[in-house]
Ligand binder design. Structure first.
Ligand code: HEM
Length: 407
């Protein structure tokens, strides 16, 4: 075990869930550091007092564990700014509250409901690529032209948000996401995030009120109607779940489409394989989730002291579970640092695991499969304009821009 306060703390990757925001040098490629920590200090406490969990087996065991939660045994949410966060969001709740909220909300995310969106997603992606190609300058920006507008258009349509409100809606949502990682925020980011939370909150309350008098088949109406054994969401719960869905689903999907395409462009032999074998698209998406997914880590606490990988972890101390490190664990993946779209990567943890497994996974997979599939189909040649990534301010691993030469 690495004792708390050890004189030489390991360097921390940047900006994800409370890790040194100043180490921008680690951002482009944090994986060597993950590899080192995972092999030398698989479970260790940082000088700040939280524990990092680096191996696939330990991360999985904690995500799926029974004596584990997001809140401490006395109900606190460690490492999160509860004052500003939608604290009643299901991801911030342990059972039985979590069970109840998730059961009611999952109505809007049933696999058949999501699968039915596919033709429309194909149409949207087609329109977006057409518009980008029509500029006629031989380049597209995969983020601006596709990865950003797609999830926001789909979710706005699902919620019934009018087209004209979408830019402000997208902007609020991106800023509110920062509240998940207050440690890596500057004061200015915190202020903007607070303002955005207010804006989004009042916008969504109005939308819910309007919908209540005029139920349709959009997601807000489905959530208003959702009942389970006579139980239903209170107005406050409904508001919180709707905002939480946006926060959970926007930036992450942009990150997956953008990082996935960037990695395929950096590995032209893999891109060629996908072009020659379009049926590999599902595997390719899973491999993109494993290889360079948008989420570095998530947090939990133990409800009882436990020994994890030989290290005593006391209950109620914040744990950061490094999903992105687990994804490069050689105990689980052969040649983990190689992108290989033919491998079976389904044991990845990019959507979490256990009771909080991502409710939007089907939707994210659908959007990414169509976005990457159509890009490959439409453009016979794609090349990065520049090799260095252009990162955004997101707490997730999300590019701001991804310009590509296309033919
Ligand atoms: C590539 C895109 C996405 C990724 C990588 C992702 C990842 C995750 C992860 C890792 C978790 C679990 C967090 C934890 O256990 O601490 C989670 C939970 C969640 N995600 Fe996603 N997500 C994505 C897209 C979406 C979308 C599109 C939606 C909905 C519109 C969504 C809604 C949710 C919800 C509601 C939860 C909480 C579930 C619960 O607490 O039971 N996600 N997501």
């Amino acid at each position: 075990m690495t004792a708390a306060g050890e004189s030489n703390p390991p360097p921390a990757p940047v900006g994800w869930f409370g890790l040194e925001p100043t180490r921008t040098d680690l951002r482009d490629d944090p994986y060597p550091i993950y590899n080192e920590l995972r092999e030398t200090q698989p479970v260790h406490q940082t000088p700040e007092g939280y524990f990092r969990i680096m191996r696939h087996r330990d991360v999985t065991a904690i995500l799926k564990g029974l004596k584990v939660g997001v809140r401490t045994t006395d109900g606190k949410l460690p490492g999160v700014d509860e004052s500003a966060m939608p604290r009643r969001f299901m991801l911030m709740q342990d059972p039985p509250d979590h069970t109840r909220l998730r059961r009611l909300v999952s109505r809007a995310f049933s696999p058949p409901a999501i699968a039915a969106l596919e033709p429309h997603v194909v149409e949207l992606v087609g329109q977006m690529l057409e518009q980008a190609a029509d500029r006629g300058d031989g380049t597209i920006d995969i983020i601006d032209d596709l990865a950003r507008p797609l999830p926001s258009t789909v979710i706005c349509e699902m919620l019934g948000v009018p087209l004209s409100d979408r830019p402000k809606f997208t902007d609020w949502t991106a800023r509110v996401t920062h509240l998940l990682a207050p440690r890596s925020m500057t004061d200015e980011m915190r202020r903007l995030a607070g303002e955005a939370a207010m804006g989004l909150g009042s916008y969504m309350s109005k939308l819910i009120e309007e919908r209540r008098d005029n139920l349709g088949d959009d997601m807000v109406s489905v959530l208003i109607r959702a009942t389970e054994d006579g139980d239903r969401l209170s107005p406050e719960e409904l508001l919180t779940q709707s905002i939480g869905l946006l926060v959970a689903g926007f930036e992450t999907t942009i990150g997956l489409i953008g990082n996935g395409m960037r990695q395929l462009l950096l590995h032209p032999e893999q891109l060629r394989k996908l072009r020659d074998n379009p049926e590999l698209i599902d595997r390719a998406v899973e491999e993109c989730l494993r290889f360079d997914g948008p989420i570095g880590a998530t947090r939990r606490v133990l409800h009882e002291d436990a020994v994890v990988h030989g290290v005593l972890v006391p209950k109620d101390v914040e744990l950061l579970l490094f999903i992105a490190s687990a994804h490069r664990d050689p105990r689980v993946y052969e040649r983990p640092d190689e992108l290989d779209i033919t491998r079976d990567s389904r044991s990845h943890l990019a959507f979490g695991g256990g009771i909080h497994f991502c409710l939007g996974a089907h939707l994210a997979r659908l959007e990414t499969r169509v976005a990457i599939g159509e890009l490959v189909k439409r453009f016979g040649s794609m090349e990065l304009v520049q090799e260095a990534p252009i990162w955004g301010e997101s707490i997730f691993r999300v590019q701001q821009s991804l310009p590509v030469h296309v033919e």
